[in-house]
Design a protein. Structure first.
Ligand code: TGC
Ligand code: FAD
Length: 405
């Protein structure tokens, strides 16, 4: 239905994705021609391959496995990984723009891409042996292989240092035991980068492959959020892991936390993509929907909502761009990344809620993307560090006193 009751099968089948990106402060002037080219190619991809069918996937809780190869083809996996390993060799602004455009389509689709790039390819690239890099990175980059990242456990979410998943030396291999939960991509993943403690209690990363005896990946059902992304557990029952599958380059909690820095950066851009989609939809609806003989966009209260949405999007775009420059210079700190992730997700959730109101009753339907974005963002505000954990990371930086325990 269009806002005034006429049939629009167009929106339902997704043909009407005419998204226009808000750029109120001419932030495009800060981008290179290459950045703009990358952004427009991903935007076109989303309009063609995701928007037409995402409501159906989400409503049916369907993970479209075929998207993995397509993401590989357009360079969405590991854009900052050097080309010699199959990556894009791009800068962090490009990475951010790719995440923004994909999450403009759907946060679950961005999850698939950011887990593969930041949480699977990144640790193999940063901490892996040359053999591991050559064996896994090109296949992960091309989408021939899907990966997942196992840090969270049933009893250790915000506090990963307490993890109990462990491995012991058994001569020419390790024996891995334990369980991870809430793992994006796990039910379909070919490999898992798993964080586990050795006999001395030191955390290491291990590459666990599907098919290893004692390794299973049960799917998590019944999510109201990220319904087009597949989530599951990782269960290890005396899994024999070859010694060459240990990531040799770094141990300790700092290793997975470095990966999270990269992924949280991508989320800072991604969540604003979802916010821009909600704003764009609300702006259009406000111009089309007639009440009291006028477009609802002529009422001051609706204008207030739109003005505040645009203000927050513009502020977040500038924050993300500056953070991207600091990432490129290797100067971005974890608290700076926390600030951007936390800000973007809060802005996006508030915008989704306000946009939902602008759409009236239509806002709760799959005719418009709002409710899907809103539900997705309820996961985004929790994963990669909850909203409050990021606040505490900032608090510790400001005061010098960690308040986690
Ligand atoms: P803390 O004592 O602060 O640090 C432990 C060690 O790590 C070092 N470190 C870092 N190193 C490199 N980069 C960083 N960013 C680092 N941050 C800390 C630190 O120096 C220390 O080193 P050392 O040598 O002294 O041992 O650790 P803590 O245990 O007090 O924890 C701090 C806290 C709470 C902030 C941290 O645990 C945390 O961030 N918790 C949140 C957990 C989280 O974000 N989980 C995410 C799981 S993955 C996920 O959600 C994927 S969803 C993906 C999707 O679908 O898109
Ligand atoms: P808890 O840590 O139990 O937190 C519950 C509440 O307590 C939160 O509000 C939290 O802020 C608060 N809290 C906890 N500690 C403190 C404190 N010290 N001070 C103040 N408040 C505190 N993990 C992975 O490893 N890989 C993945 O791919 C992955 N994908 C995910 C996909 C989805 C859809 C979801 C929902 C989660 C995913 N996660 C993944 C897990 C995610 O990172 C955790 O859910 C998150 O870190 C929070 O852990 P928790 O759910 O155990 O909550």
């Amino acid at each position: 239905m269009n806002p005034n009751g006429a049939e629009t099968s167009e929106r339902k089948s997704g043909k009407s994705d005419h998204f226009e990106s808000p750029d109120f402060y001419h932030i495009d002037d800060l981008l290179t021609e290459e950045h703009k080219l990358i952004r427009s190619s991903i935007r076109d991809f989303v309009k063609k391959e995701i928007s037409p069918i995402i409501e159906e996937w989400a409503q049916n809780a369907h993970f479209p496995y075929g998207i993995v190869k397509k993401f590989g083809d357009i360079g969405a996996f590991g854009p900052t990984v050097p080309e010699e390993y199959g990556g894009g060799g791009m800068d962090y602004i490009s990475y951010g723009l790719i995440m923004q455009e994909i999450e403009r389509g759907d946060s679950g689709m961005r999850s698939t891409a950011s887990v593969q790039g930041s949480l699977v390819m990144y640790p193999i690239f940063k901490f892996g042996s040359e053999e591991q890099k050559k064996k896994y990175l090109p296949k992960l980059a091309s989408g021939e292989m899907l990966g997942c990242f196992g840090l969270t456990e049933p009893d250790h979410g915000s506090n990963p240092s307490g993890m109990v998943t462990n491995f012991r030396d058994a001569g020419d291999h390790y024996i891995l035991n334990g369980a991870k939960m809430w793992i994006s991509n796990s039910p379909k993943a070919d490999i898992a980068v798993v964080w586990a403690k050795n006999e001395e209690g030191r955390i290491h990363g291990l590459i666990v492959e599907r098919g290893m005896e004692g390794f299973s990946t049960p799917e998590t059902h019944g999510k109201w959020s990220l319904r087009a992304s597949t989530t599951g557990e990782l269960v290890f029952n005396d899994v024999k892991v070859p010694k060459e599958n240990l990531l040799p380059g770094k141990s300790g909690l700092g290793a997975p936390l470095m990966c999270l820095d990269s992924a949280r950066y991508g989320i800072a851009w991604g969540a604003i993509g979802a916010a821009m989609d909600c704003y764009d939809s609300a702006r259009r609806y406000a111009g089309e929907r007639i009440q009291f003989g006028k477009p609802i966009g002529s009422f001051q209260l609706v204008q207030k909502k739109l003005s505040e949405m645009l203000t927050e999007i513009t502020k977040a775009q500038l924050l993300n761009w500056k953070l991207g420059k600091m990432m490129d210079e290797g100067k971005a700190t974890t608290p700076q990344i926390s600030m951007a992730k936390r800000n973007s997700v809060e802005v996006a959730l508030n915008i989704a809620r306000e946009a939902r109101q602008v759409h009236g009753g239509m806002g709760i339907t799959g005719e418009y993307p709002i409710m899907r974005h809103m539900m997705n963002l309820e996961s985004v505000i929790t994963y990669e560090g909850t909203h409050d954990i990021h606040l505490l990371i900032l608090g510790a930086d400001i005061t010098g006193i960690p308040a986690f325990t």
